[in-house]
Write a protein of this length. Structure first.
Length: 238
């Protein structure tokens, strides 16, 4: 894992397809620091925090979760900071926290459609010992918008519509014109990669109104705003 500097105030780790480790983000100004997403395991989040420390960056004060999927949340239990997520994210994490994490239980969840094969396969790559999986909710909720003041660099955490997951949160840094978007622009993996055109249009319109130049997705390199909007428009013209 490498830590990438986007601006003087924004850093991120690159995604890793092995074990489906998503991008983790970091925003800091003269005050508090914000971490975006908790990673897919304690090993993932701990490595990210170590990279921040080695780069002379302050430890994050809060972590904001973009949505409930395992690769963005299973590192939550290892974080010694305030954590925030949408209420629907926390509802799902509480449910998953009651699940058994062993080979038989996981196979049964794939068989009955509770879990998808892609997630199951990558969880097994990330966790040599499945019993090490621990799922907890975030401590605090973000319903519509929460703003963190990072010392002259405000972070606006916004709930936006998404075909990928109804609980999606983006982290908007207006002064830097940067938007952490998680997987908000993706298909619905849990319903046969379907996509709601209505939700896609609502997301397109919401993003078009935000003044940003660069979006940081969860599983690819940063992309220009217009490229993101063009991608979404492709589904609207079909």
């Amino acid at each position: 894992m490498q830590l990438k500097k986007l601006t003087d105030h924004i850093y991120y780790s690159e995604h890793d397809t092995s074990g489906d480790r998503p991008v983790l983000g970091y925003i800091a100004g003269g005050g508090m620091a914000v971490m975006v997403d908790a990673g897919n395991s304690a090993a993932h989040s701990t490595t990210f925090l170590k990279l921040l420390q080695e780069s002379g960056l302050k430890k994050p004060d809060v972590c904001v979760i973009t949505h409930w999927h395992w690769d963005h949340t299973f590192g939550l239990h290892s974080l010694d900071m305030e954590t925030y997520a949408h209420p629907k994210t926390n509802e799902k994490l509480r449910e998953m926290g009651t699940w058994e994490w062993n080979d038989n239980a996981m196979r049964e969840r794939v068989r009955n459609g509770t879990e998808i094969t892609f997630a199951d396969e990558n969880i097994r790559i990330e966790y040599a010992d499945l019993t090490q999986i621990k799922v907890i909710p975030a401590v605090h909720s973000i319903t519509d918008e929460t703003v963190f003041d990072c010392g002259g660099i405000p972070c606006r955490c916004l709930h936006l519509p998404s075909a990928h997951s109804d609980d999606s949160i983006v982290v908007y840094v207006p002064e830097e014109k940067v938007l952490f978007i998680g997987d908000i622009y993706g298909d619905d993996f849990y319903h046969d990669h379907s996509r709601s055109v209505e939700k896609t249009k609502a997301l397109h319109d919401a993003l078009a109104e935000l003044d940003f130049s660069t979006a940081i997705p969860g599983h690819s390199q940063p992309i220009p705003k217009e490229n993101l909007l063009q991608f979404l428009r492709g589904f609207l013209s079909e």
